[in-house]
Ligand binder design. Structure first.
Ligand SMILES: *[C@@H]1O[C@H](CO)[C@@H](O)[C@H](O)[C@H]1NC(C)=O
Ligand SMILES: *[C@@H]1O[C@H](CO)[C@@H](O)[C@H](O)[C@H]1NC(C)=O
Length: 408
């Protein structure tokens, strides 16, 4: 086998361990430039399964496809797969779709869910689904189509305080960091595996009707994309400190440095969306795809709270620079993101980002998972997303007995 001409840089295991230890003590603290980041240690240990090449080249390339070709010639999928053989994680923080018990307990052949109160649940999730175990599942916002539903679903709207036997089950959804049950639901849906039904953010239904053009040309003058419109003080502070160290564009309301909210369209006319009045987020994916990196900072640093901010960037082919869930690696493909918490300072992170940006082979390696099919737990994270929620919820309702479920 031909080995890569560059040294492969394995720094995850010690750093990850140090990060875990530190995070135990700083679970709810958001990293700030002054917080004690774990020290990045360079090591040649080979027990690890991830991390990217040490950037070496000084070539501020723009063409992504030719970067891929260079990586193919120097490294290649076979070597990447060998180096990233990913252990199936039996204690993964993602619910098993099969529930371990096969189809036992799925007693109903058809379940209907009426979406009764909502703020963001997308209309086009409405469908009649064919699920596993011979179950069909009607998910609808129409009281005409589901006049006698087995369950009522509420999102950001309180369910009725009382349920009598024979009434539909009450389902409550809260995917926010707070994950707060209403107190009146029979079934709770949150982002965490401990909730009755889990819904990760790794789903296509979180972004509808947008422009999905993906640019093959990356900017080499401005490296980092950021957009945020809830200017939370901690997030803003971290973003400001980091962005001051790297050439960037900020498109949202917070720290906007491009001259307004719709500037992405002047910069990238191909990102317009003919058929709808545009919000700046309608061209978010397309705009992001012009940058080598996208900064993604969660509003809370919580176990398993990995949101669309990260998945949008992966979907758009922009490498996320991530600050958030300590267990983020359980939700993303191997070698797909730059985890800010693994650097000893923002300066060190910034110089790493700049070095990767100038090395087509090191940069292309962040896209290898998609091109070589090395997914780790990412397949599971996607399979447990909003996209598959209807079938998974209907199955849960069926196991409970639908309207015939007992009352508490
Ligand atoms: C497996 O999952 C557990 C729980 O989230 C985590 O602590 C551990 O680091 C994971 N192991 C691997 C190899 O990813
Ligand atoms: C960016 O890329 C272009 C086209 O490949 C190249 O001509 C230019 O020198 C690069 N810019 C920088 C800052 O090196």
């Amino acid at each position: 086998m031909v080995l890569p001409s560059r040294p492969v840089h394995y720094l995850i295991p010690m750093v990850a361990f140090a990060a875990t230890v530190l995070l135990l003590f700083h679970l709810l603290d958001f990293p700030t430039p002054t917080s004690p980041f774990p020290t990045t240690t360079t090591t040649t240990t080979t027990t690890t399964k991830t991390l990217t090449l040490v950037p070496k080249a000084k070539h501020p390339f723009t063409d992504l496809i030719s970067a891929y070709s260079q990586w193919d010639a120097e490294i290649g999928c076979r070597h990447f797969r060998d180096g990233n053989e990913w252990k199936r994680n039996s204690s993964s923080p993602i619910q098993e779709l099969e529930g371990g018990s096969g189809c036992a307990g799925v007693g109903m052949e058809h379940v209907s869910v009426l979406v009764k109160g909502w703020t963001w649940i997308p209309d086009n999730l409405d469908n009649l689904y064919s699920c596993r175990c011979g179950l069909t599942c009607l998910w609808t916002k129409s009281e005409v189509l589901a006049d006698r539903p087995d369950a009522l679903l509420f999102e950001n709207v309180m369910p009725p305080a009382v349920r009598r036997k024979g009434d539909p089950l009450r389902v409550y959804v809260d995917l926010e960091a707070s994950r707060k049950p209403s107190g009146f639901e029979d079934i709770f849906i949150g982002y965490h595996a401990k909730d009755d039904v889990q819904s990760t953010y790794a789903g296509a239904f979180f972004h509808n009707n947008r422009n999905y053009h993906v640019s093959s040309q990356k900017r080499n003058d401005t490296l980092v994309y950021w957009s945020s419109s809830r200017c939370l003080p901690q997030r803003n502070k971290l973003a400001k400190s980091f962005l001051s160290l790297v050439p960037h564009h900020s498109f949202g309301r917070c720290l906007n440095n491009v001259g307004g909210l719709d500037m992405a369209l002047s910069l990238y006319p191909e990102c317009s969306n003919q058929d709808s009045a545009l919000h700046w987020w309608d061209h978010l994916h397309c705009a992001m795809s012009h940058y080598k990196f996208a900064l993604a900072i969660e509003n809370h640093k919580l176990d398993s709270y990995v949101t669309e901010k990260l998945f949008y960037a992966l979907d758009a082919g922009s490498v996320p620079i991530y600050f958030g869930a300590p267990n983020v690696w359980d939700f993303v493909p191997p070698n797909s993101i730059i985890d800010g918490s693994q650097f000893s300072s923002l300066e060190e992170l910034a110089s790493y980002v700049k070095a990767v940006a100038d090395d087509p082979v090191a940069y292309a390696e962040f896209h290898a998972w998609r091109r070589c099919g090395v997914m780790g737990n990412y397949g599971k994270a996607r399979a447990a997303s909003l996209d598959t929620l209807p079938c998974r919820l209907c199955e849960f309702i069926s196991r409970k007995g639908g309207r015939n479920a007992g009352t508490l």
